[in-house]
Design a protein around this ligand. Structure first.
Ligand SMILES: Cc1cc2nc3c(=O)[nH]c(=O)nc-3n(C[C@H](O)[C@H](O)[C@H](O)COP(=O)(O)OP(=O)(O)OC[C@H]3O[C@@H](n4cnc5c(N)ncnc54)[C@H](O)[C@@H]3O)c2cc1C
Length: 390
């Protein structure tokens, strides 16, 4: 980049705000995504297949549980975790979802609320990608209201008997262990359910139009006997799963920036070559305004996420701030992907171009980890002190 030219995907030079370590993480993951991820995502999406063979490479780069210190994890800061999510999602939201779930929704609660034995057993294996996890909170009757969960566990001697089901669970059928949240007489508790436990079953949800390169499924628990060693001892309330979601949502605020950048990048190139009425459409006012609006939204999202990351690293990040950023950034990315698809005209529906795939993925990303409405209501509650969920 010459000194006079701004990077269209980084108009406010976020790059210069990064430490050397953060810049190195970003560049390393960006190279991996360019070389190894982007070339195969189109086919993976078309075939409805999670590219499982990438797990080893992702682990090798230290991207699983990257914020955890010890247990063979990389111990990176929160901004680095955000940059990892951004670069992975520039490739595809499916791979980023895998890393988010493994890191923020499975390794995080084991690290935060697990026993020493649970940490020793699961964290190094998960960091190496040898054990895969999933996170079971959502149930078929309504994910936005997790306090109303039906899945429950009862003590039976030293064990717990688990019954119920979970829906829309990322990694469901490839997981060796599921962190499952259930009601008990002593509050909401987390259990590590292992894939071979009798009465436990996982079923893939097929024929999705979104996140096709990610595994999504349902979990069923029919009198599953879970030994007390598999109970997460450190939490007994909804705070457990919600604290995991705060970690994952933080990563999503960054991730969707990558998807939006991929879409802007595509239309910047396409509009230079697409000649209509005697000139490239990039030269028309309307197309320029639309692409300028994409750059404005990406820039706003980048500044929000970087600020959020610095707050998180300083131990000051608040869930309401995460809600505002998740809402803003997902909405921005989805609108950008939809508009980019339109700017490509008929070509926009072809699998050769990335915006339609990102658009379809982002329809999930704006819904999972709290829908847009839920995040708006969280911000509304912060402003007014009144809970308007009911
Ligand atoms: C691809 C994918 C992967 C997922 N992965 C996981 C996972 O790994 N683990 C997991 O536990 N869950 C996962 N989810 C579930 C996800 O978190 C839920 O889909 C989400 O929380 C919404 O729940 P729901 O689908 O039941 O919708 P509902 O909660 O039924 O919401 C339906 C509609 O009602 C709106 N609404 C809700 N409450 C209010 C209100 N008070 N006022 C006004 N409107 C309201 C919502 O915004 C939404 O538009 C995944 C979902 C998808 C699609």
């Amino acid at each position: 980049m010459s000194t006079n030219t701004l990077d269209p995907l980084d108009l406010f030079d976020i790059q210069s705000e990064l430490s050397d370590d953060e810049a190195m993480v970003k560049d390393t993951v960006a190279r991996f995504v360019d070389d190894r991820v982007i070339p195969l995502m189109r086919e993976a999406f078309e075939k409805h297949e999670f590219p499982r063979h990438l797990i080893g490479e992702v682990a090798e780069l230290g991207l699983l549980g990257s914020s955890i210190d010890g247990y063979d994890c990389a111990g990176m800061n929160s901004v680095s975790y955000g940059l990892i999510c951004q670069e992975l999602e520039r490739g595809d939201s499916g791979l980023r979802s895998f890393v988010s779930v493994q890191s923020s929704l499975v390794m995080y609660p084991i690290h935060a609320y697990g026993s020493d034995e649970q940490k020793d057993r699961w964290l190094p294996a998960m960091a190496r990608g040898e054990a895969i996890g999933c996170f079971g909170l959502t149930e078929p009757h309504g994910g936005s209201d997790p306090g109303n969960m039906k899945t429950h566990a009862k003590r039976d001697g030293d064990d717990w008997i688990l019954n119920g089901s979970k829906m829309w669970i990322t990694n469901a059928t490839i997981a060796d262990a599921a962190v499952v949240w259930a009601k008990t007489d002593e509050g909401i508790k987390g259990f590590i359910v292992e894939k071979d436990m009798p009465g436990y079953a996982a079923q893939e949800i097929e024929n999705k139009f979104s996140l096709r390169a990610s595994v999504t499924g349902a979990l069923f628990f029919d009198n599953v006997r879970v030994p007390k060693e598999n109970l997460l001892p450190g939490v007994s309330s909804l705070k457990g799963p919600l604290s995991c979601l705060t970690q994952a949502r933080y990563g999503i605020t960054w991730g969707v920036i990558g998807a939006a950048q991929a879409c802007l990048d595509e239309v910047l190139r396409y509009t230079q070559d697409r000649v209509l009425f005697g000139q490239p459409i990039a030269n028309t006012q309307t197309i320029q305004i639309r692409m300028a609006d994409m750059a404005r939204r990406i820039t706003t999202a980048q500044l929000l996420s970087l600020r959020l990351g610095r707050l998180k690293d300083a131990g000051k990040m608040r869930p309401t701030q995460v809600s505002l950023a998740k809402w803003n950034n997902c909405r921005a990315a989805l609108d950008i992907a939809r508009d980019a698809r339109d700017i490509l005209g008929g070509s926009g529906i072809s699998a050769e171009y990335v915006p339609n795939r990102h658009m379809l993925n982002l329809e999930s990303v704006i819904t999972y980890e709290g829908t847009e409405t839920i995040h708006q209501l969280v911000v509304g509650k912060e402003l007014t002190g009144a809970n308007a969920f009911g």
